[in-house]
Design a protein around this ligand. Sequence first.
Ligand SMILES: Nc1ncnc2c1ncn2[C@@H]1O[C@H](COP(=O)(O)OP(=O)(O)OP(=O)(O)O)[C@@H](O)[C@H]1O
Ligand SMILES: *[C@@H]1O[C@H](CO)[C@@H](O)[C@H](O)[C@H]1NC(C)=O
Ligand SMILES: *[C@@H]1O[C@H](CO)[C@@H](O)[C@H](O)[C@H]1NC(C)=O
Ligand SMILES: *[C@@H]1O[C@H](CO)[C@@H](O)[C@H](O)[C@H]1NC(C)=O
Ligand SMILES: *[C@@H]1O[C@H](CO)[C@@H](O)[C@H](O)[C@H]1NC(C)=O
Ligand SMILES: *[C@@H]1O[C@H](CO)[C@@H](O)[C@H](O)[C@H]1NC(C)=O
Length: 498
Amino acid sequence: MPEMGNSLRAAALLAFVVLSILVSLLISSVQQFGVSHFSNATLAVDEQEFASLRGALIYQLNERRKEIIPLLLPDGDDDDDDDENGLSEGTRLSPQLYSPLDYNLWNEITNGSRKAHMDEMGCESLVDMQAMEVLGSGYTKLVVKVNLAGGQPVALKLVNEQGIDMSKCLEDFKDPQGCRELVSYKLKKEIVLLQRLQHPNVIKLKGHCAGDARGQGGRGAERGRVTVILEQGNPLQMIQLLQSPWEDRFRVCLDLVRLLHFLSQSPLGSVALLDFQPRQFVTVSGELKLTDLDDASAEETPCQTDADCTLQFPHRNFTLPCSYRGVCEGLNEKRNIYNAYRYFFTYLLPHQAPPGLTHLVDHIMNSTGELKADINQTLEAFEHILLLYKSGLHLDNLPPSIIRDYTVMRGMGTSGNVEYSCWPSYSQQGCVLSVHSAREAAYICNSHSQCNSFTLTGQKTWTGRLLASFRSSFSHLVPDGTSEVYVKKTKAPETSTV
Ligand SMILES: Nc1ncnc2c1ncn2[C@@H]1O[C@H](COP(=O)(O)OP(=O)(O)OP(=O)(O)O)[C@@H](O)[C@H]1O
Ligand SMILES: *[C@@H]1O[C@H](CO)[C@@H](O)[C@H](O)[C@H]1NC(C)=O
Ligand SMILES: *[C@@H]1O[C@H](CO)[C@@H](O)[C@H](O)[C@H]1NC(C)=O
Ligand SMILES: *[C@@H]1O[C@H](CO)[C@@H](O)[C@H](O)[C@H]1NC(C)=O
Ligand SMILES: *[C@@H]1O[C@H](CO)[C@@H](O)[C@H](O)[C@H]1NC(C)=O
Ligand SMILES: *[C@@H]1O[C@H](CO)[C@@H](O)[C@H](O)[C@H]1NC(C)=O
């Protein structure tokens, strides 16, 4: 009951927050217009200024539009045609010049409510939705956790009215409506990229709505407003991740490498993530997904000599080869690898790696930190570790005899446990770790002075390893079809069996 009260209160709070944002927006736009009627003298000046600001804003809008057009090109001809030249001709840049399919996509994003595919959500999906809380916000976007009318949880991305992008634009152009439209281009670009770059480690686009949430497409005050409907995730919390088992941290790194492998040969070419930070990612059931794509770029860097191909990082510079085509070879791929190394691997990978795997982890750390390996080799090294870890091959040197120190009782669980804690445990109470087999669990129990028995619970981690719970003692055995209890023989524990 109190939980329900809380979520109601949270919903009310959010409604209030959203409302106050809207109200403050309204007030500021009224003020914006009010100012220009202030006096006769300023009016003329303002009109002139307004015209030139308007011109500059329109220029910016066109620039943003141009950024998106190349992304609408059909797959596979990003190699030899020179987009740059094609676009700078000052033509109308109508996507109509390109394939009809892509023109549809453009209309779709611009006027909105029509569905692109049978399974895609549009504005009508947002009717009677329930906003739960703010999931996150950044320079450009606000992300809200929402339950749709049918109960389906989604995340909605909107323009962040309080964000840096919006306030900078307002400062420059003093046109809330135009600025919203300008900032919305980042959402539009993201929609196109999400459609083009579909992968298990990219957040799933469920649909979008142009215009207001209930609206019939972009009109009047709602022109240019875009809402993106996404699969709901949990923002990546580095601090929390640092405290979780190696297996989960390895998963995040592996998912990242799989993503970068895909991006290096994506339908758009080799894509670099220019703003590469943990906050651009979320997890969905433990799986890493990229959610912020507006800073993804498939552009290649032109060069004359190798010296034109430097990658600069705060503590490290690299020089890459300039290819015969006159572009820096593998620059986007290498930029991603080094960023993965400096933002993810250094924090998540080496710490508490399983003893049998440390040499392989160290090798990955060195080859990515020195940019000696390409993404294919890096992925191979990660998949190799996964294979060893899953199959328990890294445990080959554990003596098979250690399991003989224990008496096993199948189909049993325990009650009246005396727990101890260990780190990093899968459970807050007690010591729960993942193991490959009873043998590995016995090995761990032997190494914990408080441990006298353990249970293989039948639950599994994402790699298929078993969850084992270790304890000092227990008072009763209870029937439990899925689990097995192992009790140390040598130090007879004070237990009474049923
Ligand atoms: N699908 C999602 N599920 C849950 N949280 C999300 C989702 N998408 C984004 N977020 C959260 O919202 C935050 C802001 O989203 P996003 O990064 O797209 O906005 P931004 O304005 O581009 O941010 P930045 O200034 O970091 O570039 C993210 O950092 C993330 O924590
Ligand atoms: C106000 O502007 C009008 C026309 O724009 C002009 O005729 C009038 O003299 C101006 N008044 C003052 C006080 O500047
Ligand atoms: C969207 O707008 C374009 C012109 O901007 C128009 O040609 C097209 O028919 C519109 N599509 C829909 C579905 O309204
Ligand atoms: C990287 O290159 C820049 C520009 O040439 C230079 O200023 C900087 O000191 C270099 N950094 C390192 C760590 O070598
Ligand atoms: C990689 O290994 C070499 C040789 O052992 C060492 O000098 C270098 O610092 C290592 N680099 C990284 C990034 O770990
Ligand atoms: C990397 O692997 C892909 C297939 O996954 C292959 O097409 C590509 O040629 C490989 N690249 C290199 C440089 O080996």
